[in-house]
Design a binder for this molecule. Structure first.
Ligand code: GTP
Ligand code: MG
Length: 212
């Protein structure tokens, strides 16, 4: 997404790890707006959080799927254009779904504590659902999206690892993802954590969600 003119954008002033949770009592005490990242294992959720904050190893990244096993809260500080003070909000990293080596029992536990979080969070602004730009969405992706829509949780679909494809191929693949998810009317934001592509656009969406 090219910009015609540079406009002032939100500036991330700091990022820090706050806590990890698998149950309600472990959520952070301080209530702040929450932006959540979900998607299949290995799709690049933790990498995207590092790219947004520009803090390199804030969220743990691994080439092995199944790295993130808890709900992890990162607190960000931001300076919004035209505002004097700082805003604070959480980026929330979730364990991946659809990881084949996680047994049935473990998957059920996953679903339960994630669901509890998503359904009870009072400050949830929107969920970023991540899809690898090289792959067609799978049934688990469609099921998760349908679940979010059913519960009236706002979603932004992000196509990750956009650096893996050329510009044209990426554009085609974004259209294919949109079609396969049945969301032809909604935007899909291409993102590369490697090159920070898409970062300004995502910051814009986050800024909008903070000021509304
Ligand atoms: N080329 C490229 N590789 C990426 C990008 N984002 C993530 N990766 C790689 O993809 C792998 C998985 O990244 P993670 O950020 O750990 O993925 P995750 O979704 O948090 O995975 P789980 O925690 O296991 O659910 C790592 O090897 C990353 O280096 C990207 O934008 N471009
Ligand atoms: Mg992760």
């Amino acid at each position: 997404m090219e910009r015609l003119a540079e406009k002032d954008e939100m500036i991330i002033t700091q990022g820090k790890y706050v806590c990890s949770a698998v149950k309600k009592e472990q959520y952070p005490e301080r209530k702040l707006p929450e932006i959540v990242f979900m998607g299949r294992s290995n799709v690049g959720k933790s990498s995207l959080i590092n790219s947004l904050t520009r803090v390199k190893n804030l969220a743990r990244v691994s080439s092995q799927p199944g790295k993130t096993q808890t709900i992890n809260f990162y607190e960000l500080g931001a300076k919004l254009p035209g505002e004097e003070g700082r805003r604070a909000f959480y980026l929330v990293d979730l364990p991946g779904y659809g990881y084949a080596r996680t047994g049935r029992e473990k998957r059920n536990i996953w679903a339960k504590f994630i669901e509890e979080y998503l359904l009870t969070s009072e400050e949830l602004r929107f969920v970023c659902q991540l899809i690898d730009i090289r792959h067609e969405p799978m049934d688990s992706d469609r099921e998760m999206l349908a679940w979010l829509v059913k519960h009236h949780i706002p979603v932004l679909v992000i196509a990750t690892k956009s650096d893996k494809l050329g510009k044209n191929a990426a554009r085609k693949q974004v259209a294919a993802i949109r079609k396969s998810l049945g969301i032809q009317e909604l935007p899909v934001l291409p993102y590369s954590s490697l090159k920070n592509e898409g970062r300004s656009d995502l910051l814009d969406v986050i800024e909008d969600s903070l000021v509304q």
